[in-house]
Design a protein around this ligand. Structure first.
Ligand SMILES: *[C@@H]1O[C@H](CO)[C@@H](O)[C@H](O)[C@H]1NC(C)=O
Ligand SMILES: *[C@@H]1O[C@H](CO)[C@@H](O)[C@H](O)[C@H]1NC(C)=O
Ligand SMILES: *[C@@H]1O[C@H](CO)[C@@H](O)[C@H](O)[C@H]1NC(C)=O
Ligand SMILES: *[C@@H]1O[C@H](CO)[C@@H](O)[C@H](O)[C@H]1NC(C)=O
Ligand SMILES: *[C@@H]1O[C@H](CO)[C@@H](O)[C@H](O)[C@H]1NC(C)=O
Ligand SMILES: *[C@@H]1O[C@H](CO)[C@@H](O)[C@H](O)[C@H]1NC(C)=O
Ligand SMILES: *[C@@H]1O[C@H](CO)[C@@H](O)[C@H](O)[C@H]1NC(C)=O
Length: 530
């Protein structure tokens, strides 16, 4: 009975502490106690990992596993003797009370004024000077492996302070792991994931709207506003929620993958909106220097036009690490070079690139042409028809094709220009169009018939489409139909019967009087392109 009473008193005490979102000097948070943000979205308290290590962290109340901030990542407390309090000099300190050791401290500047610490509704833990109300320290400035709306990754150029993320060591240990997510402030700033001392993944430079390598950011811009800042005092990227947004976080997980997660209230789970690297082409420098990666191609790596594999045998064996070299060396002093356009790419690593936001693409081209060290250029900002200029020197590293990618202009010797090739293909196109026009004037209507025979379908699926088609054509022995029959069976080429559109006209389904289903291609007078 006494035990029970004691327990109720204890839990009352605990409950009363749960409601609080702040504490002052001479107050503290001990094991089992929590701070809760005003609307109950976030909680701060101690958590324990499998190895009986205790850490102070902040997590989402609806999802306590989603711990997005940890104070003592690399100095766990071995038992439940941790105490979070405010030191005499106003700093936030985490004590191991079993031996009175400070295992972690907020390390902010000394103040003689009283201070207070509060867990805000944003998830930010803030230490304030009670007299000036100034922020002395905030957890948002010391991210661990996660950024929340309102946080950022980048660098304060005045203090040199860097906002970056380190992955957890394992899913059960928040100690600093091997992956590091940080902004490269050189060239056109972009975010990298480092695996130790190796570059692992790159978002691509910011193009005014999104990262060059993450065109899919547009698919969730209704939920978030992205904030990329380049100023004299700061280079940073962050995002904020749009009104009525759901809970979300961007996390670097233990396997070096960046995930954007959004809380699904109904399913009580986190949905993945983006994760990167997303495929093999996102692994840094997959195809080596001057190589370009295409995830939709069976042979994912190729060289830019005007370049060839440095090691043909290596390339043949799918070892693309040595990358590509020029077919024809540039003779810069004597001119005689131009640019090949590569469309739809994630722009190459800009670490050594030069950015000039004051000139347009034409000026950019002239500047690159005149500068012998320039090997490629592109626009820097894709908004409002494009502006700014990025010029690469040295090697082009880590370029890939991507839906919604950008234009890149690569300097090559005149003999390696696509233009000389494309003039030939233009001619070929013109000739074939002329021939076709002639053929069209003779046959106003072309007809294909697919007999719906089970035998043929079997063939199609086992031997491939093209073979199946030609064999069924043979079977039908090309019967002829008059125009009335065709009009009747396709309901006068009714739009309802249209099942497709090819380069030279529409395809309509129909039914012959004998019940046989047909597809009719109606050739247009001109080739149409949508
Ligand atoms: C924590 O605060 C309580 C009173 O609120 C106090 O009795 C206790 O000594 C404090 N512990 C530490 C380690 O400061
Ligand atoms: C106090 O405990 C921590 C672990 O909780 C340990 O790392 C530290 O070495 C201990 N300090 C002393 C002086 O025993
Ligand atoms: C924590 O461990 C130390 C020694 O390892 C011990 O003195 C202390 O009583 C323990 N505290 C708790 C709360 O278990
Ligand atoms: C606090 O500062 C000291 C000395 O500058 C440093 O050794 C320690 O790692 C810092 N602690 C934190 C939590 O930043
Ligand atoms: C964008 O970031 C800058 C620099 O961190 C900050 O001053 C500004 O308030 C942010 N804007 C928005 C809308 O979040
Ligand atoms: C890391 O993220 C990837 C991609 O979403 C996922 O497949 C993997 O399971 C995650 N790893 C951990 C340890 O959560
Ligand atoms: C940038 O230049 C340095 C020094 O020449 C070189 O080591 C590095 O590989 C270059 N980085 C890129 C991405 O080209």
């Amino acid at each position: 009975m006494r035990k029970f009473l004691l327990f109720s008193v204890l839990s009352l005490l605990l409950n009363s502490s749960v409601a609080l979102d702040l504490f002052r000097q001479h107050e503290n948070i001990t094991y089992g106690q929590k701070l809760e943000s005003a609307s109950g979205t976030f909680e701060l308290g101690f958590f324990t990992t499998g190895a009986s290590k205790h850490f102070l962290g902040i997590w989402f109340k609806v999802s306590p596993q989603a711990i997005f901030w940890v104070a003592n990542r690399d100095s766990p407390i071995k038992n439940s003797s941790g105490v979070l309090s405010i030191s005499d000099n106003g700093n936030l300190i985490l004590l191991d009370n079993s031996n009175s050791t400070v295992v972690w401290s907020s390390n902010s500047t000394y103040t003689s004024n009283p201070t207070t610490v509060q867990l805000l509704e944003s998830g930010n833990l803030v230490l304030r000077d009670l007299e000036t109300n100034g922020v002395l320290w905030q957890s948002f400035d010391w991210p661990t492996n996660t950024i929340l709306p309102g946080m950022k990754v980048g660098q304060d150029l005045v203090t040199g302070h860097e906002w970056s993320l380190y992955s957890w060591l394992t899913s059960d240990d928040p100690a600093i792991g091997r992956y590091h997510y940080k902004m490269d402030i050189f060239g056109s700033p972009e975010i990298f994931i480092w695996d130790g001392t190796q570059k692992h993944y790159r978002t691509g430079p910011w193009n005014g709207l999104r990262f060059s390598g993450i065109p899919d950011m547009t698919t969730f811009q209704d939920l978030f506003s992205f904030n990329f800042t380049v100023s004299v005092s700061e280079i940073s990227y962050g995002f904020s929620n749009k009104p009525d947004s759901l809970l979300s976080r961007v996390m670097l997980n233990e396997t070096g993958i960046m995930q954007r997660l959004v809380w699904d209230q109904h399913a009580s789970s986190w949905n993945i909106f983006f994760s990167g690297p997303r495929d093999q082409c996102d692994f840094y420098s997959k195809c080596g220097v001057f190589g370009v990666c295409n995830a939709n191609d069976a042979v994912v790596c190729s060289c830019f036009h005007g370049f060839e594999p440095r090691s043909q045998t290596g390339w043949y064996m799918r070892d693309t690490s040595q990358g590509c070299v020029r077919k024809t060396e540039l003779d810069c002093a004597n001119g005689g070079h131009g640019f090949n356009l590569v469309k739809g790419v994630k722009l190459p690593d800009t670490h050594n690139a030069t950015v000039d936001m004051t000139i347009d693409l034409d000026k950019c081209r002239q500047k690159c042409l005149a500068d012998c060290s320039c090997v490629a250029y592109s626009g820097a900002d894709i908004r409002n028809g494009g502006s700014g200029c990025i010029m690469w020197a040295g090697n082009l590293v880590d370029t890939r094709f991507i839906d919604g990618g950008q234009d890149l202009y690569i300097k090559v010797a005149r003999s390696d220009l696509d233009a000389s090739k494309s003039r030939k293909t233009h001619l070929a196109t013109i000739i074939s169009v002329l021939l076709l026009a002639f053929a069209l004037s003779l046959f106003p209507l072309g007809i294909f018939i697919w007999k719906k025979k089970k035998r043929d379908r079997g063939k199609v699926s086992t031997t491939g489409l093209s073979f199946g088609e030609s064999s069924s054509l043979k079977d039908s022995e090309l019967p002829l139909f008059d125009m009335d029959t065709i009009n009747l069976s396709t309901n006068n080429f009714s739009i309802d019967n249209k099942i497709g559109q090819g380069g030279f006209g529409g395809v309509y389904k129909g039914q012959l009087p004998n019940g046989e289903e047909i597809a009719v291609k109606r050739l247009a007078k001109q080739s149409s392109q949508r």
